[in-house]
Structures are given as structure tokens and as C-alpha cells.
Write a protein that binds this ligand. Structure first.
Ligand code: 3PG
Ligand code: MG
Length: 395
């Protein structure tokens, strides 16, 4: 795989697929700009070589036509700041105006195209649409690791129209760091899996059972395990049809000699809100009308001990509803433990997934772990052993 390091962009127009699918609040403020900051080295390499960059991305999941709330124009101020220059904007990713803007681009300049998913052809991997995009530049740079699990026009299909296909620094770093936990992990290797649903994590958990020493399970999905084991979970999250699967996973872990750690206590609430009444109860003893929204203090102690004894840590998914300040304690405490293991014990820590990355950044720990992935689904699929179309298209 050729990377931007080995390419001279002087005089070239680089068409760069990035993943600027960033979370925005109601006023269109970016609440986590990790994915934007991550692309700075690639974009700077291109412009410092004397090339120009045409950035293309999707934002959200529009229904196949323009939608104001998914316009990429909202992120232009953040791009101006990140790249230290005025970024131009084409309000249509194809068509005459995009072609004119691309053609007039001077060395050192940057152009952002409007949301690719305003055309349904993008997600369909339409070849004619990919060709139209390809005409805008001379070299294709794929730096969108976060979207590499999608076989879309801009992430994979358009590669066929270029002799020069180059991986950006984000793509390269993501693959290097993922490989560190896939193959050569130093032991003990602990995976921390959280999040709401077992169904989202089942494949990765099964895969990890072959490699990890410890598996910590936290977050919303644990209530399905507890219920399956006969505990009381009140009105906590439950995937009723996944209870058997949960028990099977535990059995498999035992057969493979993987130690499983699950919450021993929970912070529960009488309402799904930050201001709800709270109480800490033993796992499996959540009263009717209450729901678990965080791990409890005993669990934090238990999980912290395991994390601090680890040499490789993979974390995907929060321990609770960290978006509510009153239920972020468990997630923040685990983030702290991961930082400590990294800084004081020399552990390698990889944080994956949109939510866990946000949680780590929100707590201010983004720079104090080994690597924060920009990929959610993409990282999981890569870890599951799948070929990512966006990576394959670079070979
Ligand atoms: C993501 O955030 O998962 C990527 O940007 C891909 O977006 P998608 O899940 O809507 O395809
Ligand atoms: Mg996704």
C-alpha cells in the first residue's frame, strides 16, 4: 500500500476521501472534532508539497437528497482553523460548479465538496457517479478509515479511475495500531467492551475470545447478561432475544480460558435523565421502575485492578450513559485507569469506536492513551478479520 509519504503532490490536485462524519449539536457546533484534527497531517503534506486538496466526505445519513442539517458547510469554520487557511466550498459535489472550482484551484488551496450522500449513488457504489468525482482530481488519497467498511463510490469504487491511489496518514496509522492488538499483543491483553447492544458486539467478542486474557463487559449490554442469569434488572435495557446468546458467550469464554469481568454493582435511576434520582445497588437487584445507567463504585475498583495489570488494552464502548454527567463516573474512571496503565505501566492502549473515543476526549484523556481510533464500525469489522473495501481499493 502506497502512502502519502512516498508521493510528491507538487502541481497535483489530490482528491482526498476523508471521514468528516462528526457529531454536531443543534446549533451545528462540532462536539468532537477528532476526525477533523486527524486529517491535518495528510492535508498539510499535500499543500506543503505544492499540491492542492479537494476534500470529500459524507455527513450523517441523509435520505439521498440535500438536507440542510447534513450540509458540510457547517464544518467550514472548523476546517479554516484546522488547516490555517480559507477553505473553499462547492455546494454540490459534482456538476459544473464543482468542476470549475476544482479546475481553478491553485497550489496550496483546499476545496471541500458538499456531502457525497446527497446523491444516493454514493452509497450504491455507482460507477458513473464515481467517475464524475474522479474527474475532479489527478490522484486519489483515501484517508477515511472510519468509512473504509463501506463499499461506496468515494471510498472504494473510484479507485479504479486512478493509477495513483494513496493511503493517507490516518489510514496508515489506524492499520498499524489495529495490527498491534491483532497479532503481536503483549500480555496480559484485556478487552473492555461496552455499549448498549450485544448484537452490535457479538462478532468482535467472539473473535476476541481467541486472543484476549481478560474480557471486561460493561455498559447497557450487561443487563441482558444479568437477566439471562436470573437477576432483576428493573426497566434497564434488555435484548430479550439475546439472552441465550449471552449465556453461550460466557460458556465459550470459560472453555477458552478467558476471564470475564462483569459489573458487581450498578448506579440506577428512576428516569432516563441526568437529574433522575439515583441509587447504587448490587447487580441483579435493580428494583422495578429503576434502570441501570452506570457501573457502581465496587465495579470501578474491580475493573481498574484488571486494567492496571494489563499490558495491552482495547476499549470499545462506554460503561454507562456518559452523555449524562451524573452517570459518566464509571466511564471516566475506566478512562483514568487506561491512562494510568499506559503512562505508568507502559501498556499499549487502543480506544476504538465513536462513543468511547468521545468519552475519552470529553474527559481530556485523548492525548494520554496510545491511540484513539477514528473508526467505530470500521475498526470493529477490521478486528473481526473482515476485508475493508476502502483498504482493498488501495492495494
Ligand atoms: C461512521 O461514523 O460510522 C462512519 O462515518 C460511517 O458512517 P455510516 O455508519 O453512516 O456508514
Ligand atoms: Mg457507523
Amino acid at each position: 500500500m502506497k502512502t502519502v509519504d512516498a508521493y510528491n503532490f507538487a502541481g497535483k490536485k489530490a482528491l482526498v476521501r476523508v471521514d468528516f462524519n462528526v457529531p454536531l449539536d443543534k446549533e451545528f457546533n462540532i462536539t468532537d472534532d477528532t476526525r477533523i484534527r486527524a486529517t491535518i497531517p495528510t492535508v498539510m503534506k499535500i499543500v506543503n508539497d505544492g499540491g492542492s486538496a479537494i476534500l470529500m466526505s459524507h455527513l450523517g445519513r441523509p435520505k439521498g437528497g440535500p438536507e440542510e442539517k447534513y450540509s458540510l458547510k457547517h464544518i467550514i469554520p472548523a476546517l479554516n482553523e484546522a488547516f490555517g487557511r480559507e477553505v473553499k466550498f462547492a455546494d454540490d459535489c459534482i456538476g459544473q460548479s464543482a468542476a470549475d472550482l476544482a479546475a481553478s484551484l491553485q497550489p496550496g488551496e483546499i476545496l471541500l465538496l458538499e456531502n457525497l450522500r446527497f446523491y444516493k449513488e454514493e452509497e450504491k457504489g455507482d460507477v458513473a457517479f464515481a467517475e464524475k468525482l474522479a474527474k475532479l482530481g489527478d490522484v486519489w488519497v483515501n484517508d477515511a478509515f472510519g468509512t473504509a467498511h463501506r463499499a461506496h463510490a468515494s471510498t472504494a469504487v473510484m479507485g479504479q479511475f486512478f493509477t495513483d491511489r494513496v493511503a493517507g496518514y490516518v489510514m496508515e496509522a489506524e492499520l498499524v495500531n489495529a495490527k498491534k492488538v491483532l497479532g503481536e499483543a503483549e500480555r496480559p491483553f484485556t478487552a473492555i467492551m461496552g455499549g448498549a447492544k450485544i448484537s452490535d458486539k457479538i462478532l468482535i467478542i467472539e473473535k476476541l475470545l481467541d486472543t484476549v486474557d481478560n474480557l471486561i463487559i460493561g455498559g447497557g449490554m450487561t443487563y441482558t447478561f444479568t437477566k439471562a442469569q436470573g437477576g432483576q434488572i428493573g426497566k434497564s435495557l434488555l435484548e430479550a432475544d439475546k439472552q441465550e446468546l449471552a449465556l453461550e458467550l460466557l460458556k465459550k469464554a470459560e472453555q477458552k480460558g478467558v476471564k470475564i469481568y462483569m459489573p458487581v454493582d450498578n448506579v440506577c435511576a428512576d428516569d432516563f435523565s441526568n437529574d433522575a434520582n439515583r441509587q447504587v445497588v448490587r447487580t441483579g437487584q435493580i428494583p422495578d421502575g429503576w434502570e441501570g445507567l452506570d457501573i457502581g463504585p465496587e465495579t470501578v475498583k474491580l475493573f481498574t485492578e484488571v486494567v492496571l495489570a494489563s499490558k495491552t488494552i482495547l476499549w470499545n464502548g462506554p460503561m454507562g450513559v456518559f452523555e449524562f454527567e451524573n452517570f459518566a463516573t464509571g466511564t471516566n474512571a475506566i478512562a483514568e485507569a487506561v491512562v494510568k496503565a499506559t503512562e505508568e505501566n507502559g501498556a499499549f492502549s487502543l480506544i476504538g469506536g465513536g462513543d468511547s473515543a468521545s468519552a475519552v476526549n470529553q474527559a481530556g484523556y485523548g492525548d494520554r492513551v496510545s491511540y484513539v481510533s477514528t473508526g467505530g464500525g470500521a475498526l470493529l469489522e477490521y478486528m473481526e478479520g473482515k476485508t475493508l473495501p476502502g483498504v482493498a481499493a488501495l492495494d
